[in-house]
Design a binder for this molecule. Structure first.
Ligand SMILES: *Cc1c(COP(=O)(O)O)cnc(C)c1O
Length: 357
C-alpha cells in the first residue's frame, strides 16, 4: 500500500529529538503557553522573516484572530478564492464579515487577480497559497494598495515557500496551520499568525487568551481561548529545523512525478504540500489507483459555493473552479516517499490512460 501521507515515517526519522522535546515540557510541566511556546514564536518569526509570531490553537483560529486583530467585523466584505479549504471562508463568516468568492486560475489553481471585484464595503483580501504554491502577489498587492485593503495570507499549505526571494507571508500578515499533515505539522492542532504589524500582534495576543494582558494583570477585552499547548510548540521547534530539508525532499519527489508524467513545472515557487494532477476520467482513475493500493485525495471535490454550508453566501458561478473540481487529483506526497513508489504510481497512471484510449 502507498499511503497519501506517512506521519509515522516522519516521526521515526527524528524520534529522539522529538521524545526529548516532549519530555522537556513534561519536566517543566508548563503545559499551556509555556517556555516552549515563546521559544517557538521566536523561532518561527525568524524563519519566516516576520517581526512577530503569535502562536494559537489551530489554523482556523489564526485566520479568525488575524481578521479581528485587523479590525474586520460586521458588514465588511472579505475576498477569498472559491477553491480553498472551508476554514478560509468560515473565519470570514465567523467574524461577522461577508465572504466574496473569486474564481481561480486554471494553471495555478490559485485566486485569479483579474476576477477580483472591489465594492464600497470591501476591506480585505485573503489570498491562499494553495497546495504549497505561492499566489502571484504583485497584482494582489497592487489592488490592495489602490483600494486601501488589508491582505491576510492563508499560508496553511505553504510553510517556507518563497515569492521573489521572500518567504511567506509576503505582504504583512500570514496565518499558518500546523495540522499534523501540513508541511510543518504538530502532534495535534496548532496554528500561528506571523505579522510585521506590532498593533496586530498585540491585539492577536489579547484575543487568543481571554483578552488578558500580563503587564496589566487585567482582561482588557473579551477574547477567546485559542492558546497553543507547550507540547505542540516543542514538537514544532524540533520539526522547524528540518523543514527546509523536507520541503526540498517534496520538491525532489514532485520533479520526479513531473518528469514521469510528462507534466510542466509549476510557474511559481512551490513546496508541494500537495501534488495535484488533472484527469478527464478522475473518478475512474481514483478507483483504479485505490484497487492497486494507492491512496489519493481531492482538494477539493466541491468549490466552496457548492458546499451546503456556503451556498447561500453567493449567487455567482465560478466556472474554472467548477470544471477543475471534477478533474483534480492529489497523489501521494510526503518527504519520505520513495522513488520506487513514485514510479509505481506513475506507471499505474500511464497504464490507466492507455486503457482509456
Ligand atoms: C489546513 C487549512 C486551514 C485550517 O487549519 P486548521 O489548523 O485545520 O484549523 C486553513 N486554510 C487552509 C488553506 C488549510 O489548508
Amino acid at each position: 500500500m502507498i499511503p497519501f501521507v506517512d506521519l509515522k515515517a516522519n516521526y521515526l526519522s527524528i524520534k529522539e529529538e522529538i521524545d526529548n522535546a516532549i519530555q522537556f515540557v513534561i519536566n517543566n510541566s508548563d503545559f499551556i503557553m509555556g517556555e516552549s511556546v515563546s521559544l517557538f514564536e521566536n523561532n518561527f518569526a525568524k524563519y519566516c522573516g516576520g517581526k512577530h509570531c503569535v502562536a494559537v490553537s489551530n489554523g482556523t483560529s489564526a485566520l479568525e484572530i488575524a481578521l479581528k486583530a485587523h479590525g474586520i467585523s460586521h458588514g465588511d466584505e472579505v475576498i477569498c478564492p472559491v477553491n480553498t479549504y472551508i476554514a478560509t471562508a468560515e473565519a470570514i463568516i465567523n467574524v461577522g464579515a461577508v465572504v466574496k468568492f473569486v474564481d481561480i486560475d486554471e494553471k495555478t489553481y490559485n485566486i485569479d487577480p483579474s476576477k477580483i471585484v472591489i465594492s464600497e464595503s470591501t476591506k480585505a483580501i485573503i489570498p491562499v497559497h494553495l497546495y504549497g504554491q505561492t499566489v502571484d502577489m504583485d497584482p494582489i498587492i497592487k489592488i490592495a494598495q489602490e483600494n486601501d485593503l488589508i491582505i491576510i495570507e492563508d499560508c496553511a499549505q505553504a510553510h517556507g515557500v518563497m515569492y521573489k526571494g521572500k518567504k511567506v507571508p509576503i505582504y504583512g500578515t500570514g496565518c499558518f496551520s500546523f495540522y499534523p499533515s501540513k508541511n510543518l505539522g504538530a502532534f495535534g492542532d496548532a496554528g500561528a499568525i506571523v505579522t510585521d504589524n506590532e498593533d496586530v500582534a498585540r491585539e492577536a495576543k489579547l484575543i487568543r487568551n481571554h483578552g488578558f494582558s500580563k503587564n496589566k494583570h487585567r482582561h482588557e477585552i473579551i477574547g477567546t481561548n485559542n492558546r497553543m499547548d507547550s507540547i505542540q510548540a516543542a514538537v514544532l521547534s524540533v520539526k522547524l529545523k528540518h523543514l527546509d530539508k523536507w520541503n526540498d525532499m517534496r520538491i525532489r519527489n514532485a520533479k520526479l512525478y513531473l518528469k514521469l508524467l510528462n507534466m510542466r513545472n509549476s510557474i511559481s515557487k512551490h513546496v508541494y504540500h500537495l501534488f495535484v494532477i488533472r484527469s478527464k476520467n478522475r473518478d475512474k482513475l481514483v478507483d483504479y489507483l485505490t484497487q492497486k493500493g494507492v491512496q489519493t485525495g481531492i482538494h477539493y471535490p466541491f468549490p466552496l459555493h457548492k458546499q451546503e454550508a456556503l451556498a447561500r453566501h453567493t449567487i455567482e458561478i465560478y466556472p474554472v473552479a467548477e470544471m477543475l473540481s471534477k478533474e483534480i487529483l492529489s497523489l501521494p506526497m510526503y518527504p519520505e516517499l520513495s522513488k520506487e513508489d513514485i514510479k509505481y504510481v506513475c506507471d499505474l497512471i500511464k497504464e490507466f490512460n492507455n486503457s482509456q484510449i
